[in-house]
Design a protein around this ligand. Structure first.
Ligand code: DMJ
Length: 617
């Protein structure tokens, strides 16, 4: 099937065709007619002389144009002229040029994936899946934190702030689901302030990344902050989102003010704005170091520096603590301000510490020699530490993975990789090119040795993350995988897809076979596709999406987590996590769509996939 031409090209062909078929005879007669209307002019002697020259010239041209070797029949048997002068050309007006796209617009359409019907259709499938997920939630669980799709009811697993509503809101805006923006926005406007003032205990980190982050993104995408990219005209005014965000953050600040050190407590009682440590007293390193994007942006748009000041003290404090080649233990004490234990990993409780080092630096303008350069330095050292201490290759097929050091760098290496670690390929690529395409960054000589190493590792790790899906019977990744190495092997714990060439490389323990609809791999595929333009990342994302559709979609509404991805049909759990709408489907939608939507050199995504604008300095 022939593709329809862009408007500008169609118009050029049309204009040229208009002049192509005028015969020389027609041209001559039209010229004489024109001359005859100018008799007065021809009656003076200069006029007669000019007219003679003109007639002589026309005669010569006609003779030349009828030479036998100088013509060729066109497809309709008429004569057109090849090589010789065409009389018509001399006498006609220049063709009217069609309207042209500006270079930027032209570029956008040329690269825009939505001009490719295959990816446009796939993007639409993700949009439909989001609608299906939302409809199930709205039907059985509206206002609860999460949907239990099998039991067809809601559950408050995150403190009762309607976390799915807020996590889903900006995804609906980005996808152009106006009715969902209206429903979710109306719920926020009608209920959220009241909920915040009445609820009991919430976790500082989870509430910041999902609820505060979701509100701030919704504020920006709906036109707040003088945003030029108003993505929606539905739902409440941006100021509504900002007011709720401020009220929530004011209460969350008690986690910082109650602590004797710059390290915040992990839990907040919303209704009386008090805070306390988690049972056991420790905070997770990732949790205390992954609230800064949100608090910084809130300070920027509210004009009140207190949010940013408190949050940034944590990172400035961690800068002073001893580390292992930039790597940090997963626990930190709000009482002493020191790290606790030696367990180093980029999975749970460690992951987004590393993510926010580079993203906060990017958010603040991404400049070396600024007040935030220390974050870039900490990130650079840490990634060098990852490459030196945590990266290994599996056997027999050589997948590159990131393991753990549960007893520090002097203890034994564990070839265990949480699915959560799959955020790292995306973060490594983003940190290397700073959101530019690899092609542009290379052409402008912007990549250091470290950047190139990190980019290479990003692509290798993305492969291991994808193979964690490919190796199972369902095509969905387990929560945790172990990798077969010279030192570590276990038999009989394969993923169930015998045709995978990595069946022997990846080991899945019985207790780790669940899938929570997590986003990290598709997040990295999205970032890598944007930055490298390698279409394999889109293909892999589509394969993962199809597996979600096949095995996690619940007939009565919503999607569910699974208990065992190594068996078909898989045992199901009964929970649709908020991040399936906030992150997983958003990243898939963006992966199949146009690069101009939320460009990576203008936005950073918080760790729950809520985009926040990069500060212009
Ligand atoms: C999300 O809440 C965030 O991405 C967080 O940083 C890690 N875990 C989940 C998704 O898996």
């Amino acid at each position: 099937m022939s593709k329809s031409l862009p408007y500008s090209v169609k118009d050029v062909n049309y204009d040229n065709a208009k002049f192509r078929h005028r015969s020389p005879l027609k041209v001559l007669s039209q010229s004489m007619l024109t001359l005859s209307t100018k008799r007065n002019y021809a009656s003076c002697s200069t006029g007669k002389f000019l007219m003679l020259i003109l007639i002589f010239g026309i005669g010569c041209l006609l003779l030349i144009s009828k030479g036998p070797n100088d013509s060729a029949p066109n497809e309709k048997g008429k004569v057109t002229f090849v090589g010789g002068l065409r009389l018509g050309k001399l006498l006609r007006k220049p063709p009217r040029l069609p309207p042209r796209l500006s270079p930027d617009e032209g570029q956008l359409r040329a690269n825009g994936s939505n001009s490719d019907p295959k990816w446009a259709a796939r993007q639409q499938s993700v949009k439909d899946a989001f609608d299906y997920a939302w409809s199930g939630y709205r039907k059985y669980a509206m206002g609860y934190d999460e949907l239990m799709p099998i039991s067809q009811r809601g559950v408050d697993g995150l403190g009762g702030l309607g976390a799915t509503v807020v996590d889903a809101l900006d995804t609906a805006m980005i996808m152009g689901h106006d009715h969902i923006v209206s429903e979710a926005g109306a719920w926020v406007e009608a209920h959220l302030l009241e909920r915040i003032s009445q609820k009991d205990q919430v976790n500082l980190f989870e509430t910041t990344i999902r609820v505060l982050g979701g509100l701030l993104s919704a504020y920006h995408l709906s036109g707040g902050d003088n945003s030029t990219m108003n993505m929606t005209h539905n739902g409440p005014k941006p100021a509504v989102y900002l007011n709720v965000a401020k009220d929530l953050a004011d209460r969350l600040l008690s986690a910082f003010s109650s602590s004797p050190t710059p390290v915040p407590y992990s839990d907040v009682i919303l209704r009386d704005s008090t805070a306390h440590p988690a049972p056991g007293g420790m905070s997770s390193t990732a949790e205390v170091a992954s609230v800064q994007l949100e608090f910084n942006y809130l300070s920027a748009v509210s004009g009140d520096p207190k949010y940013s000041t408190e949050a940034m003290k944590v990172l400035a404090h961690i800068k002073t603590l001893p580390k292992t080649e930039g790597l940090v233990p997963i626990y930190i004490s709000p009482q002493s301000g020191e790290f606790v234990g030696e367990n180093i990993r980029l999975g749970s409780r460690g992951d987004s510490y590393y993510e926010y080092l580079i993203k906060v630096w990017l958010q603040q303008g991404g400049k070396l020699n600024s007040n935030f350069t220390y974050l870039h330095d900490m990130y650079t050292v840490a990634m060098k530490g990852v490459r030196h201490l945590l990266v290994r290759k599996s056997i027999p097929k050589g997948l590159v993975f990131v393991g753990e050091l549960p007893y520090g760098s002097k203890g034994e290496f564990s070839p265990k990789m949480d699915h959560l670690v799959c955020f790292l390929p995306g973060t490594l690529a983003l940190g290397a090119t700073k959101g530019l395409t690899k092609e542009k960054a290379l052409a402008e000589n912007l990549l250091s040795f470290e950047d190139l190493e990190n980019l290479k590792l990003a692509e290798e790790l993305a492969k291991a993350c994808f193979e964690m899906y490919e190796v199972t019977a369902t095509g969905l990744a387990p929560e945790i995988a172990y990798f077969h190495t010279e030192e570590y092997s276990e038999d009989g714990l394969e993923g169930g897809n015998k045709s995978s060439m990595y069946a022997k490389d990846i080991i899945i323990h019985q207790a780790d076979r669940h899938n929570l609809l997590r986003p990290e791999t598709v997040e990295s595929l999205f970032v890598l596709y944007r930055l490298t333009k390698d279409t394999k990342y889109r293909d892999q994302g589509w394969q993962i999406f199809e597996a979600f559709e096949k095995y996690t979609k619940v007939k009565t509404g919503g999607y569910t987590s699974l208990d065992d991805v190594t068996e078909v049909p898989p045992l199901r759990r009964d929970k649709m996590e908020t991040f399936f709408l906030g992150e997983t489907l958003k990243y898939l939608y963006l992966l199949f769509g146009d690069d101009s939507v939320i460009p990576l050199d203008k936005f950073v995504f918080n760790t729950e996939a809520h985009p926040l604008p990069i500060k212009h300095t």
